[in-house]
Design a protein around this ligand. Structure first.
Ligand code: IMP
Length: 428
């Protein structure tokens, strides 16, 4: 009954797509449990590269069943664009399953995301503008549209009307925009529902049965620990739970079925959007990491903010997610540095913090306390075992492991699928 959760340990973009796809060759189901098309996975298979936003990255593998769980917010137009794009390249998507209880991102959620950000001005979150926050807000306000609502015209009309009633007042009176038409929106959603229907299923039941039959399910997190609405750097977070607990609520599988929790971390740190980031580099080192690591968003194309590895964040990720393993990605990006700083603790107004401050103001004021390790200059992309890595590189990895309170079980040494060193099996 292996239920494996794979999540981001930092602020996202840790290279989860590659890790998911790697483990995915040994699993039966890959289920997404949070977020929507704000995510961006690049999956490289042979010479082909696939940029995915909403589909589980396991979709590339024909031997497993990709699932979009109830905790995901689904923009059907984006889903069909992704399916059409993949099918045009010969990837069959007909085995995709979408939860009937997942919430829909309607066109008005995208509109609201953009106008709200504009209205917030200097307080903006720096969202991806994909309607994620407004769709989750409707879910919590109990005025959301779920996938199964798309199959009943009268019921859908009533729900759209209820949802737009207050929004239209806001759009007109507060944001000075035109109101959104209920009939037209219902019509559009019904059409999208028709196309969505063949993929829709009771995915909670299917996943539980699969686990009971001894099948392996990989729960694929989007975004990451520090973007979690409860455990991240609130309010500069996404609107879902990308931490391991979200795998249960976002798919309908109980915590006793989870056997492994794998966190993916870069060998340095990046962040997009606004919000505090203690190890952020504003000098040429930051520019160097961005260039070497090709740190530009898959979803928005935005340059990512870059900084040194933050062990406080990783220790926190181990704690919040109950990590059993870490997959360390992009270690090759650090090749060529004479010295590599690691943030081991924070200084907040003269007080040392070894653990994550829970207070937003303290975290915003946190200054990194660094320890410096010697770098390496050898190309590591052809190393196939830990022992083949240069001694200073091994020492760097060992130190990250020690500081993170979790073993490092795989190490990414380059962009290709086989650029990975396995230290401990991720599936057994
Ligand atoms: P939203 O998820 O579009 O509401 O954006 C909220 C915050 O999460 C912003 O700072 C985004 O840049 C960030 N974010 C959302 N999705 C991702 C992701 O997949 N990787 C990294 N950051 C993300």
């Amino acid at each position: 009954m292996p239920g494996i959760v794979l999540i981001g340990a930092q602020w996202g973009d840790e290279g989860k797509g590659k890790a998911t796809d790697l483990i995915g060759t040994k699993v039966d189901y890959v289920a997404r449990f949070n977020g929507g098309n704000n995510a961006g996975h690049s999956v490289v298979v042979g010479n082909e590269s696939y940029a995915l936003h909403l589909l589980p990255s396991g979709i590339i593998n024909p031997h497993l069943t990709p699932v979009i769980g109830n905790g995901v917010v689904v923009d059907p137009e984006v889903l069909f664009q992704e399916i059409d794009g993949l099918e045009a390249r010969g990837i069959d998507c007909s085995h995709l399953l979408v939860s009937e209880a997942a919430h829909i991102i309607a066109p008005y959620h995208r509109t609201l995301d953009k106008v709200t950000e504009r209205f917030l001005g200097k307080h903006k979150i720096g969202t991806t503008g994909r309607g994620i926050g407004p769709a989750y807000a409707d879910k919590i306000n109990r005025v959301g549209i779920r996938v199964h609502d798309l199959f009943n015209e009268q019921h859908l009309h009533d729900k759209v009307e209820a949802s737009l009633h207050q929004k239209n007042q806001m759009l007109v009176k507060l944001y000075n925009r035109r109101p959104i038409d209920v009939d037209q929106t219902t019509e559009e959603l019904l059409k999208l529902g028709e196309r969505l229907k063949p993929y829709v299923a009771n995915t909670g039941l299917i996943l539980n049965k699969a686990l009971d039959e001894g099948k392996t399910v990989l729960f694929e997190g989007a975004q990451a620990t520090m973007l979690d609405v409860d455990h991240g750097t609130y309010p500069f977070v996404t609107s879902s739970n990308p931490t391991a607990g979200g795998a249960c609520t976002g798919t309908g599988v109980g915590p006793t079925k989870i056997t492994r929790v794998i966190g993916v971390s870069k060998a340095y740190v990046t962040r997009v959007g606004e919000g505090p980031f203690p190890t952020e580099l504003f000098d040429e080192s930051g520019e160097w990491l961005r260039t070497q690591g090709h740190e530009f968003g898959v979803t928005t194309g935005r340059p990512r903010r870059c900084g040194w590895f933050d062990a406080v964040v990783n220790r926190y990720a181990s704690q919040v997610n109950g990590l059993t393993d870490i997959v360390l990605t992009k270690l090759d990006v650090l090749t060529g540095l004479d010295e590599i700083p690691i943030c081991v603790a924070y200084d907040v107004d003269g007080e040392r913090y070894d653990d994550m401050p829970t207070d937003q103001a303290a975290f915003s004021a946190a200054k990194p306390i660094y320890e410096t390790m010697p770098g390496w200059s050898e190309d590591i992309s052809n190393c196939h075992s830990f022992d083949e890595l240069p001694a200073t590189c091994q020492a760097y990895v060992k130190r990250l492991e020690e500081l993170s309170n979790c073993r490092i079980s795989a190490i990414g040494t380059g962009p290709q699928r086989d650029h990975i060193i396995s230290v401990h099996s991720l599936i057994d």
